[in-house]
Design a protein around this ligand. Structure first.
Ligand code: CDP
Ligand code: CDP
Length: 214
């Protein structure tokens, strides 16, 4: 068994930051799977397609390559997050992105992946699983600070409404809904800064390593 670390959780819970730092700590490759869905949504919109068109969205997902999931600033906007969440509800899109994610997780030595369904669908046998969360208000505040620092003009109430709408859609969909895996450890970061959250995450991974002899 290799050290696959699955980090799931809702928007702006801190899962991406935690996953990146765990990857650095353990010398593992990291995949932010949300970028895949963001790239599908953005490419579909740029091609003039509709987010409701499953066949078109699936086509885009099938043609995705590594260059599409780079640190492209167009993928970090609120609109991209919303588009991602809409296309992520199509089973065809999820199926088209499955092999790529599972191949990433299966790399010799292990990998860190963050998203919504890593511990449940992509890597159900991962030895280390975290479900990172925080209250909607705290998460909206984190995302609001992130986006306004980058010059986006958005009010806090709109940010909170966006986050809540996306939570509901992601948790309520039929295909791979956002849910804590039975064997995932819940990490509620509502009252934690990023350092405390990372320390807690590292302790969870250390316990998993001891348990699985990794
Ligand atoms: O960073 P944030 O949590 O705001 O979003 P993200 O992780 O980039 O994910 C954007 C959207 O993609 C989510 O709202 C989900 O609908 C979808 N997603 C998913 O369905 N499954 C994943 N493994 C990752 C993201
Ligand atoms: O990947 P996800 O959408 O879950 O969240 P993120 O992009 O890792 O974190 C969102 C923002 O919240 C970042 O600016 C983090 O530095 C910040 N954050 C925080 O202030 N305190 C935490 N405990 C976790 C994240």
């Amino acid at each position: 068994m290799s050290l696959i670390i699955a980090v799931d959780g809702p928007a702006a819970s801190g899962k991406g930051t935690i996953a990146a730092r765990l990857a650095q700590t353990y010398g593992l490759p990291h995949l932010d799977t949300g970028l895949l869905y963001r790239a599908v949504g953005v490419k579909l919109l740029e091609a003039g397609g509709s987010l409701d068109d499953e066949a078109a969205a699936t086509q885009v997902a099938r043609s995705l390559d590594a260059a599409d999931v780079s640190e492209d600033p167009r993928l970090t906007t609120g609109e991209a997050g919303e588009a991602a969440s809409r296309v992520a509800g199509h089973p065809g899109v999820r199926a088209a992105l499955l092999d790529l994610q599972q191949a990433f997780a299966a790399q010799a030595g292990g990998a860190v992946l963050d998203g919504r369904d890593i511990g449940t669908v992509i890597a159900p046998d991962a030895p280390a699983k975290l479900f990172v969360t925080a209250t909607p208000r705290v998460r909206a505040d984190r995302r609001w600070k992130q986006l306004t620092a980058r010059g986006f003009d958005i009010g806090f109430d709109d940010m909170l409404a966006d986050i809540q709408r996306r939570d509901e859609r992601d948790a309520g969909r039929g295909a791979a809904p956002m849910v804590q895996a039975e064997d995932a450890v819940l990490l509620d970061t509502t009252d934690m800064g990023i350092e405390a959250a990372f320390d807690a995450a590292r302790r969870i991974v250390e316990a998993a390593r001891v348990k699985h002899g990794l």
